[in-house]
Design a protein around this ligand. Structure first.
Ligand code: PLP
Length: 407
């Protein structure tokens, strides 16, 4: 039987010391049995993913996008490893500072900010800001005099971004060049250009068009006597969910080739800003089946209701954008069948998957446990406070297999 062969091979690997993230998380869950739903983050995996990205993009600077998972142990471990941070609010700034990150390592990447937020960031020692509009640039000049400024370019995130940003952020190249020059006139230090090609971007070629457009901004600005020297190519690096994703090395090669093509003379300093690629694969959500039902006896589909849904951690299932992998815990060796998977709240939109074909064992019953894999990014941080009285997703961080925080 293929599955027992798999298990034997798995045991051999574990005995040989090749323990996977999932092994460590499952061992923790077996020992501690936290109430479900529970997100378990293996901080050692966060560090190895960070190291892989830092290696692949060396000597580029890695700014971890805090919104993907702001758990304090994650931030502490990354700060200790020398990561920089992309922050979007005074609260995220304080989280990073409390985690031991020096203020120089923080970049205020959110282009939507109040004057008071800029003043707070400045008072905390943050010296780098991103903007994409005149109004925000004026506020930065007023409330963070002398700050370093990057201008965010609007790029087409194309059909291969699973969770695109659309048109919300960035400005066109001509406006970006103008803002860089205006920043210099306003006594700020324009350092370069940033962009984001859309999250879970599965096309490594997507960076090429954006880097070409950034190079134009560098040229235009230099023609007016201002030299830019930094290129922030954003995040967006994909991870495998139900389907595969390119490797970190493939993304790095794509970026390196685009830099060589569009910056033939002087290569700018490279900054990457990954969120998902640092934390997604470090996390597993253990949840419980609340109910299995059919709308009629003849209905081939079972509805499987979980104790986690759109509002307590799985927001990225909106439009079924992210198709997570589900792994039923325990012995379910019989046949499987088609299911619609839904969350626990009284909201009609709290259905996770009804178009994406999912199959679960026919033996699945209420009370069974399911592990949802690669759920370390954009889960706990998207969880509502108490929709329908359901509490936010709890995060348990482990390192070397031991619990280091629960909140
Ligand atoms: C969210 C965000 C990121 C991280 O994006 P991922 O797709 O998670 O890598 C990086 N930069 C900015 C400005 C962001 O808003």
């Amino acid at each position: 039987m293929p599955c027992s062969v798999g298990r034997a091979a798995h045991r051999r690997l574990t005995l040989a010391g090749v323990e996977t993230t999932l092994d460590r998380i499952r061992a923790f869950l077996a020992e501690h049995r936290p109430p479900t739903p529970a997100l378990v983050i293996d901080v050692d995996t966060v560090l190895s993913r960070y190291a892989a990205l830092a290696d692949a993009f060396a000597p580029g600077r890695v700014q971890y996008a805090v919104k993907a998972n702001p758990a304090p142990p994650v931030l502490r471990a990354l700060a200790r490893a020398g990561a920089a941070f992309d922050v979007a609010s005074p609260a995220e700034i304080d989280l990073c500072l409390r985690a031991g990150a020096p203020p120089e390592s923080l970049s205020y990447g959110n282009t939507i900010k109040k004057p008071a937020d800029i003043a707070t960031a400045h008072a905390r020692g943050v010296t780098e800001f991103t903007c994409d509009a005149r109004g925000d640039l004026d506020n930065i000049a007023r409330h963070a005099p002398g700050a370093r400024v990057s201008v965010r370019l609007l790029v087409d995130d194309g059909p291969d971004s699973i969770t695109p940003f659309g048109q919300k952020f960035g400005c066109r190249a001509d406006e970006a060049a103008r803002l860089c020059l205006d920043a210099a006139s306003a006594g700020l230090e324009p350092v370069g250009v940033s962009f984001h090609v859309g999250s879970q971007q599965l096309d490594p070629g997507a960076w090429d068009v954006a880097i070409a457009s950034a190079a134009k901004v560098f040229t235009t600005v230099s023609e007016h006597g201002v030299r830019l020297h930094r290129l922030n190519v954003g995040g967006g690096f994909g991870v495998p969910y139900a389907g595969p994703a390119p490797s970190v090395e493939t993304y790095a090669t794509g970026v390196r080739e685009a830099l060589a093509a569009h910056f033939p003379d002087t290569r700018p300093e490279l900054v990457i800003e990954p969120g998902r690629a640092v934390v997604a694969e470090a996390g597993v959500i253990r949840c419980e089946v609340v109910l299995v039902s059919r709308k009629s006896e003849a209905d081939p589909h079972r509805w499987v209701f979980l104790d986690i849904g759109r509002y307590n951690g799985l927001a990225e299932t909106e439009n079924e954008a992210i198709a997570y992998r589900f792994d039923v815990v325990g012995e379910h060796t019989g046949a499987d069948g088609p299911v619609i998977i839904a969350g626990p709240t009284c909201d009609g939109d709290d259905v996770l998957y009804q178009r994406t074909p999912y199959r679960l064992p026919l033996s699945l019953r209420q009370g069974d446990r399911i592990d949802i894999l690669a759920t370390g990014a954009y889960t706990a941080s998207y969880s509502s406070v108490a929709f329908n009285g359901i509490e936010p997703l709890r995060t348990y961080c482990i390192s070397e297999g031991r619990l280091i925080s629960a909140e």
